[in-house]
Design a protein. Structure first.
Length: 306
């Protein structure tokens, strides 16, 4: 039912990830949030090549990539960006969505959801759910072959969305693909974490992100806000989880994979020893990052195209 893939046996920092020593451990705080959002807009603001922006409702838009064949129904892929629930944008998914369209023949859409703290839970989850329903309604999409893909906080939202879809029974996702997902607010209470090897997402960042996202629910956390708290995961679709060992979310990813195993959910846990949070985005030219992306795309190909 489950597989664990160890890509390298090296300990410490992955030998290929040479930028690790230059990267900050922490990237966002309440004081720097505006700056980080501005940098995101600067980096991704011009990404409009071959993309159609569709407005799902008054709050939600998606960046859609598609190449439908006449008379055929194609797989659907919904991408959910990361950013600790407080930053990021849908354009971060352009590269992935373009590849999904080219390699899978899929209709791929990246959702722009509302961000915390201005819009705490459940705003982002409801926005992602609206985008999923929009994707399933497209006349050229096979609603029986829709995958949900998320990175970091987007991975947490993807896991929650799959659980919500199971509750509503409107759509049954065919696959769930999570890159270093942000699943468990209880990680913020841990005092046994050695953060020296972490990069780009620290325990302090994590505490801020969860506090902003949970808002008034911070003392009484709903399971759909933090999917690791959800009791029954047996209804989830086949799931791929990829994470590095130098990632704050390593332990919660491994624990979640163990729960999937115990519940009989087909899954793969793809581990990259010595890899930090978001390594595949920061150093995409490395063999480790390329292998990570190939493994993620392969599970989509095997699930959606057979």
């Amino acid at each position: 039912m489950g597989r664990i893939v160890n890509v390298y046996s090296a300990s410490g920092v992955h030998p290929e990830l040479r930028l690790a020593r230059l990267l900050p451990r922490s990237i966002v705080s309440p004081r720097s949030l505006g700056l980080m959002r501005g940098l995101t807009r600067l980096v991704y603001g011009g990404c409009r090549t071959s993309v159609v922006i569709e407005y799902v409702n008054a709050h939600v838009s998606v960046r859609a990539f598609t190449s439908p064949q006449p008379g055929q129904r194609v797989p659907g892929v919904l991408y959910i960006h990361g950013g600790g629930y407080v930053m990021g944008c849908a354009a971060m998914g352009d590269g992935f969505c373009r590849r999904a369209t080219e390699e899978l023949g899929a209709c791929a859409a990246s959702v722009m959801y509302r961000l915390a703290p201005e819009h705490p839970f459940p705003a982002a989850l409801l926005d992602c759910h609206a985008a999923l329903l929009w994707l399933a309604r497209q006349p050229y999409v096979d609603r029986g072959r829709i995958a949900i893909v998320g990175e970091s906080a987007g991975g947490g939202l993807a896991a929650a969305l799959a659980l919500l879809a199971g509750e509503s029974e409107e759509i049954r996702p065919a696959a769930l693909v999570l890159s270093y997902p942000m699943l468990d607010d209880r990680t913020t209470a841990r005092t046994d974490i050695n953060a020296r090897g972490f990069r780009l997402w620290s325990p302090e960042n994590n505490a801020f992100g969860w506090r902003a996202y949970l808002g008034a629910h911070v003392t009484d956390v709903p399971p759909l806000a933090a999917p690791a708290r959800y009791r029954q995961v047996s209804g989830l679709p086949p799931t791929w989880i990829g994470v590095g060992t130098n990632d704050l979310f390593y332990d919660e990813s491994v624990t979640y994979a163990g729960r999937l195993r115990d519940a009989g959910v087909p899954h793969t846990l793809y581990l990259v020893p010595g890899a930090y949070h978001g390594f595949d985005r920061v150093e995409p030219w490395t063999a480790a990052a390329r292998a990570f992306r190939r493994a993620r795309m392969k599970v989509l190909h095997d699930t959606l195209r057979g």
